[in-house]
Design a protein around this ligand. Structure first.
Ligand code: BDR
Ligand code: CA
Length: 316
């Protein structure tokens, strides 16, 4: 039986690859997608999500528009971010084959869907955690219906928005803190893992050679990501390759052994001047708190790339 999953996305280029993996993998049953402010504005992340489903021939996947700003933060960069690695609108045609925004706010749809479920839908947020935190705050009973939350976010060794914080957590640290401490099984796929599974220019050529809509789009997005990373945050000793963070999170639902994790106490810094948004990882259990997060510290690059090639070679 395929695993049911909901993706919560701030669709830029790596969210787009994650959505295509989730929509095309025979091992996953994509129940729907919810959009959130993050890589770009909510208008753009919603439109991008629709473009992806339309492009790969899955226009029937429900898309619900979510929160347009973080729970508490009001910096211009958090309210209207535009990042070099993603741009604003994806390089895909506007949705014309039927992908349509569903009525109803994403937070309410998450609540209704989980309350009506059999407790078997994995939640996979790969953007800022605003929608998920709002849903938990508004209807805490959904927690018992969520079997697992697989989050792309966080960083221990180094950040990307600041020296110590990863973007998804930094953009809405208050939301991340609520989700990380919600008491449900959580797996985090942080930069420590995603930077260990890079996709290269050669891999992009292989994706394009698949000859499928998903392969073509993934090749385009990977090359855009590589340009952005090489220009602004080159991978040490690996020019011509870039992480595709959110897709690794989805692949880890299909095959959890693609990442190596440690089960440790993790919390989110919300009050600091220098390290707001840091995922504070207690690898040595110094804080006296129980483990709450399976935190990924490594990933298997060859298997990740092989999964992308296998899944994105499929058509709907
Ligand atoms: C995360 O931030 C976003 O830019 C990406 O889509 C990914 O979810 C990586 O830090
Ligand atoms: Ca994302």
């Amino acid at each position: 039986m395929p695993t049911k999953v909901i993706l919560d996305v701030d669709t830029g280029t790596d969210d787009a690859v994650a959505l295509m993996v989730a929509a095309l993998s025979p091992d996953l049953d994509l129940v729907g997608a919810t959009s959130v402010n993050g890589n770009t504005t909510i208008d753009n992340t919603t439109e991008n999500t629709l473009r992806v489903f339309d492009w790969i021939g899955r226009p029937e996947v429900p898309v619900h528009r979510g929160c347009d700003r973080p729970l508490a933060r009001t910096q211009a960069e958090q309210l209207n971010p535009a990042r070099r690695i993603h741009g604003t609108l994806l390089d895909l045609p506007p949705a014309s084959r039927g992908a349509a925004l569903q009525p109803g706010h994403a937070v309410d749809w998450l609540i209704d869907t989980y309350l009506a479920s059999d407790g078997d839908i994995v939640l996979c947020p790969v953007g800022p955690l605003t929608n998920v935190a709002m849903a938990i705050q508004k209807e805490p009973r959904i927690l018992e219906a969520i079997p697992q939350i697989v989050i792309m976010g966080g960083a221990h060794d180094h950040g990307n928005s600041t020296p110590s914080a990863e973007f998804n957590i930094w953009l809405d640290p208050e939301a991340a803190r609520i989700v990380v401490n919600c008491g449900r099984p959580i797996r985090m796929i942080p930069l420590d893992a995603t930077h260990r599974a890079l996709v290269s220019v050669d891999d992009a050529a292989r994706l394009r050679a698949l000859g499928t809509p998903a392969g073509e789009a993934a090749a385009r997005f990977v090359l855009k990501r590589i340009d952005g990373y090489d220009a602004t945050q080159p991978m040490p000793h690996r020019a011509g390759a870039a992480p595709v963070h959110d897709a690794l999170a989805v692949c880890s639902i299909i095959d959890p052994s693609i990442v190596t994790t440690e089960f440790i106490p993790v919390d989110v810094e919300v009050n600091a001047e220098l390290s707001v948004g840091r995922t504070v990882c207690d690898f040595r259990f110094r804080g006296g708190k129980p483990a709450n997060v399976e935190f990924a510290i490594d990933a298997d690059e060859p298997r990740f790339v092989a999964m992308l090639l296998e899944i994105l070679g499929r058509t709907a």
